[in-house]
Design a protein around this ligand. Structure first.
Ligand SMILES: [Zn+2]
Length: 435
């Protein structure tokens, strides 16, 4: 393989065999992320490949797929003029054909799906389990349907309206919904399903393919700009995208060809649920303690529910705290009202509707400008993590995916869960419910 996996805590190095899908270190230390170590240390572009697979030398994948999408980076002149920023670059991930952006799921989570499905083993008949708050699930539904990979997607029932695709759904793809749930509950159900015979976990932030897939946003920027940006803005729920950008920035710096100073991470959250911002503002490696029910109420009021992980990989070695610390990072928490206003400004100036999370990121950038944290001449990358939802090409093609099964509550026992899932695996797709 063209990479190995290194533990960010103890340095243990694991080779990735033909059928491994390692998510963690075997040593008995506290949880820590693994990181991919690529044999090729220089940033090389494979121009034979499409979209994000152009960066396959720095992706932990076994294969690529045709017609892959990728991030598009352009000079945001209109938005920059409004904010008095001369060097504002936009990494657009979504559907905006006028700019060459072709992600039909309208989300940068497509980069995760392309990388993770590129990492899965061809020989296994087992089903990959992915938990999602919305965009990730849609992206896996779409990409797994296109390339016919076995995937089980677990989402809160409140996210079902986001489960649309523009291609026919493959019979290898399962959609599972959980009622009265938020993202964290979906992760718990996903973990339970992944423990059943015939299933295995995707791993979320722990999956190096998920992170390096998202990290291609920074690689596209490096290719376009010839250097690292000084400032990187993104909205975060789990913060995995922030970790991913940080990790890629370190690889680019190590080449010696993309500047010598690192880039500063600016991570933006949506009020009233901003626990990463709360912890970082308090200078703490630990997340604040909170009442789960109150947290779920706050999450239910978010304009951007994808920014809502109650257990983000924050304090873990190699996680969000370390990324913010290493880059001298800054966090923000913006109201939905400010984000909506930012979304309107983007639509007017750059001609494309934004996903709520992307609007939150722009609101954070505007706040940073107002507070003097960025200067007029600074080189800035704004990660637009989703947009283009309302494009007429898509509205004519979107098909809502019905869940294969809806759980009314978390199953109490493994037997109970297995009984529900068995019918699905044997192809008997009748939506049923527990509770
Ligand atoms: Zn270790």
């Amino acid at each position: 393989m063209h990479y190995s996996l290194r533990c960010t805590e103890c340095g243990a190095d694991y080779s990735e065999g033909s059928n491994s899908f390692r998510l963690s270190c075997d040593a008995g230390h506290a949880p820590a992320l693994l990181r991919a170590e690529y044999r090729v240390k220089d940033f090389l572009i494979d121009s034979r490949e499409a979209g994000m697979y152009r960066y396959r030398n720095w992706l932990p994948i076994r294969r690529t797929y045709n017609d892959a999408s990728g991030p598009v980076v352009y000079h945001g002149k209109n938005l920059g003029a409004r904010l008095q920023l001369d060097n504002l670059y936009i990494a657009f991930n979504g559907f905006n054909p006028e700019k060459g952006a072709d992600m039909e799921t309208c989300s940068f989570k497509e980069l995760e799906a392309l990388a993770v499905l590129g990492r899965t083993d061809d020989k296994t008949a087992d089903c990959l389990v992915v938990a999602s708050a919305g965009n990730t699930g849609r992206s896996f539904l779409q990409i797994a349907s296109k390339v016919h990979r076995r995937v089980c997607i677990v989402v809160p029932a409140s996210a079902l309206s986001e489960m649309w695709i523009t291609v026919p759904k493959s019979d290898k793809v399962l959609l599972v919904a959980l009622e009265n749930a938020d993202y964290f509950d979906a992760i718990r159900l996903g973990d339970m399903i992944a423990g059943l015979p015939g299933f295995y976990p995707e791993g979320g932030a722990k999956n190096v393919a998920r992170r390096d897939g998202m990290g291609t946003v920074l690689l596209a920027a490096a290719e376009a700009l010839g250097t690292l940006p000084e400032h990187y803005f993104q909205a975060v729920g789990s913060g995995t995208g922030g970790i991913a950008a940080w990790e890629m920035s370190k690889r680019l710096l190590a080449t010696g060809r993309f500047g010598s100073t690192g880039m500063k991470l600016h991570l933006v959250q949506n009020l009233p649920f901003a626990i990463i911002h709360d912890a970082w503002s308090a200078g703490s490696r630990n997340l604040p303690s909170f009442n789960d029910e109150e947290a779920k109420e706050a999450i239910a009021r978010l304009w951007s529910p994808v920014l809502s992980n109650r257990k983000p990989p924050y304090g873990i070695t190699g996680g969000v705290f370390d990324a913010l610390k290493d880059t001298g990072g800054i966090t923000y928490a913006l109201s939905s009202e400010k984000a909506r206003e930012a979304g309107r400004i983007f639509k007017n100036l750059e001609g494309c509707d934004l996903d709520p999370a992307a609007a939150v990121a722009l609101a954070g950038l505007m706040q940073a400008r107002k507070m003097g944290r960025i200067k007029r001449e600074d080189l800035i990358l704004l990660n637009i993590t989703g947009g283009g939802n309302n494009h007429p090409f898509l509205t004519a093609r979107k098909k809502t995916v019905e869940p294969d099964i809806i759980f009314r509550r978390l199953p109490g026992t493994e037997d109970e869960l297995q009984a529900s899932m068995e019918g699905l695996l044997s192809g008997n797709r009748i939506p049923q419910a527990l509770g």
